[in-house]
Design a protein around this ligand. Structure first.
Ligand code: SF4
Length: 339
């Protein structure tokens, strides 16, 4: 019998409204892993338990943090995220963790998506009325996070690193949407009083899963002087369009769990709107999404730098040099009017 006050782990973004309607505390295991006091120790724990070296660092970290924090229930996305999640969920199930599957339909079929949400509702014993109420209750937080994003790319009063952080935290709202809203509101109000950042800095986008590096934004923005004005996947986690539509449509419009073509359209639209000059595509080592890099490069009319990270920790010297060279080349293209 599960403890109804214990957090429910998530392997990625799911319709979190269902858990909140049931009075449960969601915990995005990715966020818990990367903000843990010692993320490399969580990866090491997975490897000690027998995870091979050639498995994604995020998967090992999620496994490690779930056991370290004694999580007993996990909603695992079994379609639309990652095949490695299946095996990771099985290893946790073998440790007595209850795995609750959630599958995004590959073709975005509305009925199937609604059915998946209803399965989750049945599991947590909630009705549509309560789920719709939670969805509406999150509108203000999502609206403010969208405003923080605008304060980054439009006004230059927020860094890309800050916008990224607020957006990735929308998967679980820090487990407490009321506190999240108060903190987001206070942050946005304070940011509006800041001076704008360097308007001349090179404007970059970051595509792909969140980098596993601990200092990616510090290196790109503080050390190398560029501005990250668009963080693709975390913005999707934040569902910025949610206040405009119903919950099923919102999760249907969410690009990340479906095919790459929807993501490419979103990248094109947002890069143009935000006057992006170059794109960094982050691809995690041993991740199937690395294959999609070729489509991103073919279909986007922008210089693209593909970065591959493996383990949690600071940006390594080679990656830093590649970032520096890329930013210089984008700057040079801009100076000669090539982009
Ligand atoms: S980075 Fe790729 S392999 Fe790792 S958890 Fe995410 S989707 Fe799966």
């Amino acid at each position: 019998m599960s403890d109804s006050t214990a957090p429910v782990g998530l392997t990625t973004t799911i319709p979190v409204e269902v858990l909140l309607a049931a009075g449960r505390v969601p915990l995005d295991l990715n966020n818990a892993f990367i903000t843990a006091p010692d993320p490399p120790a969580l990866v090491a724990r997975a490897e000690r338990d027998g995870y091979p070296p050639n498995v994604c660092g995020w998967i090992k970290g999620i496994y490690g943090v779930a056991l370290e924090r004694g999580i007993r229930q996990i909603v695992a996305v079994t379609q639309g995220d990652c095949s490695q999640t299946h095996a990771m969920a099985e290893t946790l199930q073998a440790e007595g963790v209850e795995i609750i599957p959630f599958a995004y339909p590959f073709d975005r079929d509305r009925e199937l998506l609604q059915h998946q949400i209803e399965r989750l509702m049945d599991r947590f014993g909630v009705a549509w009325e309560a789920v719709h109420a939670q969805y509406a209750a999150l509108h203000e937080a999502r609206r403010i996070v969208a405003e923080v994003d605008e304060l980054n790319w439009r006004a230059g009063q927020v860094t890309g690193g800050e916008a990224h952080l607020w957006q990735v935290n929308c998967s679980d709202f820090g487990g407490d949407p009321v506190r999240f809203l108060a903190e987001a509101r206070a942050f946005a109000e304070a940011a509006q009083g800041r001076p704008a950042r360097d308007g001349d800095a090179v404007r970059l986008a970051l595509a792909g899963v969140p980098p596993i590096y601990s200092d990616f934004f510090e290196v790109v923005e503080r050390d190398l002087g560029a501005r990250v004005v668009f963080v693709e996947v975390p913005r999707q986690f934040a569902l910025p369009w949610a206040p405009e539509t119903d919950i099923v449509t919102s999760y249907q419009r969410y690009t990340y769990p479906y095919d790459i073509f929807g993501r490419i359209e979103d990248l094109k639209t947002e890069c143009e709107r935000r006057k992006v000059r170059g794109l960094i595509h982050y691809a995690q080592s041993f991740c199937f999404r690395q294959i999609e890099d070729l489509l991103i490069k073919r279909r986007l009319d922008l210089p693209v730098l593909t970065l591959e990270g493996d383990r949690p920790g600071p940006v390594d010297a080679r990656t830093r040099i590649r970032l520096e060279a890329f930013i210089e080349s984008v700057e040079a293209r801009r100076a000669t009017g090539s982009t």
